[in-house]
Design a protein. Structure first.
Length: 217
């Protein structure tokens, strides 16, 4: 996993799909952004966020999707991905993922409406002393560990309410994608994904955000 020391704050511009680009190529990656319907912050709910990421990382998806990086924000998901087999179109993979996670959203929405409550990250986290936390911090900074959302204090987190879960649609129909052209472009997009939670004010360091991950594939 890559080590990020001093992050810049890159600007990223979404581009239109390239005419004639082969989305079945196993040698190319795309930066993809999926945005929730009406930009509702439904992923502020811990249970839904964890379910969506679990589906992204399950064996069936990973058999076909070459996932390099991701970060799930309260109202959108960034992916750096490609396809592992030329017979499978990346756009179709994303479509299947959106359909499946919409079903997860329906299930979780029913639970939220029935209970009248949303599961938000803790606003009061008990901190370990420096000696106890040093090994964990070292692992985090090297991207060798991931914090659970229940044990990290996420600042500036949206206070989503049950009424935000009444709408049936989870995702916007349109997605934003950007074909990775070279190593510099790859690095810029990796940095953009990692720094998204920092720019939003949720964490001070990208390694502390529980919904970001990098895979070697």
């Amino acid at each position: 996993m890559p080590y990020f020391e001093d992050f810049p704050h890159p600007c990223r511009y979404n581009t239109l799909r390239l005419l004639g680009y082969d989305y079945t190529s196993i040698n190319r990656l795309c930066a993809i952004t999926l945005v929730t319907d009406c930009r509702r912050c439904v992923f502020a709910d811990v249970q839904l966020a964890k379910a969506v990421l679990a589906s992204l990382l399950n064996d069936e998806i990973q058999t076909y999707m070459r996932l390099r990086a991701f970060t799930l924000m309260p109202n959108h998901l960034h992916l750096l991905a490609g396809t592992r087999v030329p017979e499978v179109n990346l756009s179709n993979l994303i479509g299947n993922f959106k359909s499946y996670t919409t079903q997860l959203y329906w299930k979780r929405s029913s639970e939220i409406i029935a209970s009248g409550g949303v599961t938000l990250p803790s606003m009061c986290v008990n901190r370990s002393n420096i000696k106890e936390s040093q090994p964990l911090i070292s692992a985090l900074m090297d991207w060798h560990a991931t914090l659970r959302p229940e044990v990290v204090e996420l600042k500036n987190w949206p206070h989503v309410k049950p009424e935000h879960f009444l709408t049936k649609r989870l995702w916007q129909t349109r997605l934003f994608d950007h074909v990775i052209r070279n190593e510099a472009d790859l690095r810029e997009n990796v940095d953009y994904i990692a720094m998204n939670p920092v720019r939003a004010g949720h964490v001070a360091q990208p390694q502390f955000y529980p919904y970001t991950g990098f895979l070697q594939s």
